[in-house]
Design a protein around this ligand. Structure first.
Ligand code: ADP
Length: 499
């Protein structure tokens, strides 16, 4: 250890350095303050033993001059009658003091070692605090610390920028400084209450509040408070951010979404109206064609030859098909989520109704049904009927040589119900598993399997307009499983139904 001994009394100096050198210390000495300051320019010393009375400096001034240029620990060498002065130096940063003439070797060594160690710890602490201060001052968030009475004790540079008050103006004030007068009670009051109710150690809470700037304008802030559960009383800290811009963006975004939704709803409605009117208008000429064909048959009184009868048959088939197509387009255009939360449809009853509607073809084809328990769902009854009926009638229409078997089931999956309608029919080539849900999309000629190609498009519209998805799992010759999701209704609604 390297010691600088600043002592103008040569005997005392000699004595002290001999003691130290014997115990393995390196000692350099100075007799005046000027000499000491010069030597301190070289940072080689671990501690300074400093006599305060020197020829060129006296008392506290000596200590202050030394302390100002170095953070090396200073141990004041004091005369017996100068103890008060030594204590004063200790209060201002000296590590310790020793009374000259009463120095035992052990106490001198212990004092030096202890001072060096304590100085190291203090310096580390100081550096830590300095680092913390730099972090706080460079934080993008305002930072405030408060005592147990919610008086501001710390205020970083960003807080100054956010609120306009300097740290000197803010420190010592109540936290109410940053809340508009009329909101003080609900702001600070409710935060205090929240902490009172929360016994978790170092509890925290985040909220959005209205704050006020020194110039009087108010602005929204997001504040994260936390309590430091110190003894005997807790203290509080807060990180705080001006969220004016974020709220502006949010509002802009919401307005944009609202405008878009409005324009989409309007367009949708226009399209619905268009499809409705168009399909009504298309039905008129069709009815006229059908009427004249009938008139032609009546006036000809059975005098048509074989070809003419066949041509008339084609006209009738064509008009009937056209009529079905128009009807399907009309149905498709009318489907929507018309306040579906107001409807609660029992899917078990819907399946019974489907079986009654398809009774004739079920009987003709000897179709068998397996129906598991099905939930109640917030979809209009008529739309659920359409959905199940389209899938069931397809399962019968696209049957294989086996006795048709249709299985309905449903299972809860998160906040949705996953329905499945399985058949043992001819199946679908996976290549077409998406295309079949398009409008007018058919995989077979109309002679073998009559249809419009609208059935699955209608199913898809019903499901997607309620926030669900529909898809098929199938291979040619292996039957199909049509799967679709619909949002689950509350457990309460389904509680009535027996599983
Ligand atoms: P459509 O039955 O009137 O042709 P859909 O939209 O109901 O129209 O069905 C589209 C196509 O999907 C059908 O033409 C058929 O090829 C195929 N398809 C639908 N359901 C089944 C099924 N259960 N089994 C096999 N193929 C099916």
């Amino acid at each position: 250890m390297n010691i600088l001994l600043v002592e103008d009394n040569p005997t005392q100096s000699k004595l002290t350095s001999t003691i130290l050198q014997r115990r393995g210390f390196e000692v350099d000495s100075a007799e005046t303050l000027a000499e000491a300051l010069k030597k301190l320019a070289h940072p080689i010393f671990d501690a300074i033993l400093l006599d305060l009375s020197l020829p060129d400096s006296e008392g506290m001034e000596t200590f202050k001059r030394v302390h100002a240029i170095t953070d090396i620990p200073v141990i004041v060498l004091s005369a017996q009658d100068d103890k008060d002065l030594a204590l004063q130096a200790v209060r201002q940063g000296a590590q310790d003091y020793l009374i000259k003439g009463m120095l035992s070797t052990d106490s001198l060594i212990r004092c030096l070692q202890y001072s060096v160690e304590r100085n190291r710890v203090e310096n580390e602490l100081r550096r830590g605090q300095e680092r913390l201060r730099i972090i706080m001052d460079n934080s993008y968030d305002a930072f405030l610390s408060m005592n147990s009475e919610w008086e501001i004790t710390g205020w970083n540079a960003q807080a100054q920028q956010t609120f306009g008050w300097t740290d000197k103006e803010a420190i010592g004030q109540s936290l109410n400084l940053i809340f508009p007068t009329h909101l003080k009670k609900q702001s600070l009051g409710s935060i205090e209450q929240q902490f009172l109710n929360n016994s978790t150690r170092n509890a925290r809470t985040t909220r959005e509040l209205l704050a006020i700037h020194k110039d009087g304008h108010d602005f929204p802030v997001e504040i994260g408070f936390f309590r430091i559960d110190d003894e005997p009383k807790p203290s509080y800290c807060a990180f705080l951010r001006d969220i004016t811009k974020r709220i502006e963006y949010q509002e802009e975004l919401e307005n944009l979404v609202q405008e878009r939704t409005k324009s989409l709803t309007q367009k949708n409605e226009e399209l619905r109206q268009f499809a409705k009117i168009a399909s009504h208008d298309l039905q008129e000429p069709l009815k006229a064609v059908q009427g004249f064909v009938q008139l032609l048959e009546e006036t000809a009184n059975g005098n048509f030859d074989k070809d003419q009868k066949e041509f008339l048959g084609f006209i009738q088939d064509g008009t009937m098909r056209m009529q079905q197509l128009i009807k399907s387009v009309l149905i498709h255009s009318q489907i929507g989520n018309n306040g579906s939360e107001n409807y609660t449809t029992d899917c078990n009853l819907v399946v019974e109704e489907v079986m009654a509607d398809l009774a004739v073809s079920i009987k003709d084809t000897n179709t068998q049904f397996e129906v598991d328990w099905l939930p109640h769902i917030n979809v209009e009854h008529s739309q659920m009927l359409q959905l199940f009926e389209n899938l069931a009638s397809n399962a019968i229409k696209y049957r294989s040589s086996k006795v048709p078997l249709i299985h309905f089931s449903a299972e809860e999956s998160g906040d949705m119900w996953l329905f499945s309608v399985r058949d043992n029919g001819i199946g679908i080539d996976p290549e077409y598993k998406e295309k079949i849900f398009d409008m007018f999309s058919r995989l077979h000629g109309k002679t073998k399997y009559p249809g419009t190609g609208m059935g699955l498009a209608i199913c898809k519209r019903i499901v997607t307009s309620h926030g669900g998805n529909i898809w098929v799992e199938s291979k040619l010759g292996e039957g199909c499983i049509f799967l679709f999701t619909l949002p689950a209704v509350s457990a309460k609604t389904n509680a009535g139904a027996e599983k």
